[in-house]
Every structure is written in structure tokens, then in C-alpha cells.
Design a protein around this ligand. Sequence first.
Ligand SMILES: [Zn+2]
Length: 290
Amino acid sequence: MRHLAPTRLPQRCALVVLSCVLFVMVGLPGCRFTLRNGDSTSSASEEVWVDPFANYELVDLTYALSEDSLYWPNGSPFEYEKQLWGAGEDGKWYAMGYFATPEHLGTHLDAPIHFAESGWTNAEIPLGRFLAPAVVVDISARSAIDADTTLQPEDIDDWIEDHGDRPAGAIILVRTGWSAKWPDWSGYYGSDDPFDTTTMHFPGVSSAGAERAIEVGAVGVGVDTASIDPGNNLAFTAHRVLAEAQLFNLENLTNLDQLPEAGAYLIALPAKIEGGSGAPARVVGLVPRK
Ligand SMILES: [Zn+2]
């Protein structure tokens, strides 16, 4: 075997290091790369899937839309119809449905224009605000004994003290535990006669709590109840305070118990309705794997 001249050694080492880096970047030819969640696999040697979310657990915070979806009691239900559904004359399958829905039904966005004339519509909300850190403020212990309880400024202050961070740029999620009552009309709206909206009782956000959310720099506020305001506040004061400051709301969230109080991220993407005051949204939490 020919010996390397001592002067060639540094170049040879550099070549080996470069080869290792390329090997890691390109992958082993012929390997199968498993896609996230085991959805599918690929054996194509040129396909290398680098999963940017591999270190996160995905939590679906969204109710599926159906004709059983709860709607605001003086509103209207979700409609769905199978238009074409089955094998055609050629024997080949084809499926297509039609749906109609109020903007504010199921897990949905309230755009600021919902309660502020100069507020952003759905399509005007800056896209980056829908991808944000999730700050979970838990008031479920109070909610369990008082259906009319609300998020107070001190709840946000306590979160800041506990976690040593500020919710600037974050979406504050108010965990009340109310999603356990979905889809029971009476339980969820806290009334034996939920279609009389003056009888509703469920937790929400106080106007002072909304003010504090704005002061700490949140971009939105979400709840696991039917409305940002508690059921007994038909003046919708928290809605108005938040909307005037261009904060959006997320309502009828579920699975908030699967998010940590700090450290998760939110992807909350509503339908981009031109001029819309709100829309059904798919809301997903990204929780760092331990
Ligand atoms: Zn709404």
C-alpha cells in the first residue's frame, strides 16, 4: 500500500469530513424514509424528507364540522350534502359534497371586524399572527365551581410570574375545561333553555382580562367555550375590547388539556374569506416532545 506523503494528510482529512457531511445530508442510497406520522413511505433514493416537526407532538384543537355541530343559539346549523357520491357509469369512484355554514360555527376565528368597524377582516389579518406561541392560562378550577367565572388580569400576571416570560406575539388560550361538555347543548351553554340566549352560563374573558392581553402584546385570545365573553355577558365587552386592538379570537377550541401552559406553538388557519368576519379554522398545537 502506498503511504501518503505527510503534506497530503490535511487535505485527505478534509475530504473524509466532507464525505461524511454529504453522506448525512443525502442519506444512504436505497434507504426507506418514513414520513411523519407514518403516513407513507418512500423508497426513492432521491427523496429525503427532513421533517421540521419531528420534535413536536401534534394536538388537534379542532372539532370536526358536521350537522351535529353546536351553533350559536340564535344562529343556524352547519349543512352538508353529498352531491355526487359513488361509482359512475364507468364503474369508477367519484365523491363530492356541498357544505354551508355560518362563519361563527364550530372551532372558528373571530376577525376583529366582528366587533370593530375598522377591524381587520379574515383576509386582512397578517398571516404570521396565526402561527404563534401558545400561552395557556388555566382557570378550570374556578370554572368547575362557577360557570360565570372569567379570565382576570391577575391570571395573566400569574402565568408571567410562573413561566418567566411575556406573551408578546403569542396567542393566549383560556383553558376552562368546558370542552368536556361538548356537544351537549344544555351543558355547553349552561342553560336548560339554551335557545334563550339570556339564560346562558359559561366561562369567558373579562374586559379587564382582555385589556391585559393587549397590554402584554398578545396577538389573539382563544377559549374552549362558545364565546370569548362569558355566557352571561351579551354586551360582548371582551370581544369589543380585543377587536378594537386588532386582536382576533378563537372559539370552541378543544383538547386544551393536552397543551402545556408554556412551550407549545399554535397553527390556527381559518378559511380566507374575502371580507369575512370570521370562519371555521383548523387549529393545531405543536407540543415539544420530551
Ligand atoms: Zn365567533
